[in-house]
Design a binder for this molecule. Structure first.
Ligand SMILES: [Zn+2]
Ligand SMILES: [Zn+2]
Length: 70
């Protein structure tokens, strides 16, 4: 596979991404793709591992911060 389509934030749309020659020794597992529209490099791993744990475990503020007690 030499090209995949992903949403590009720079292009604000779906663009064809191609895997550039890997220089980091990732081989076939190289997560790097380059947008053919704008040339921005992205890590596809960030798409697969997008787990918003911070949002899921967001805690409510237990105490109001703008209450002054003397
Ligand atoms: Zn690589
Ligand atoms: Zn782009």
């Amino acid at each position: 596979m030499s090209g995949r389509e992903f949403h590009c934030d720079v292009c604000e749309g779906v663009q064809l991404f191609e895997a550039p020659p890997c220089v980091d020794g990732h081989g076939v597992d190289c997560p790097e793709f380059v947008c053919t529209g704008c040339g921005a490099a992205v890590l596809i791993a960030t798409f697969a591992l997008r787990t918003p744990r911070l949002d899921a475990r967001r805690r409510r503020p237990a105490t109001p911060g703008h209450r002054r007690a003397a």
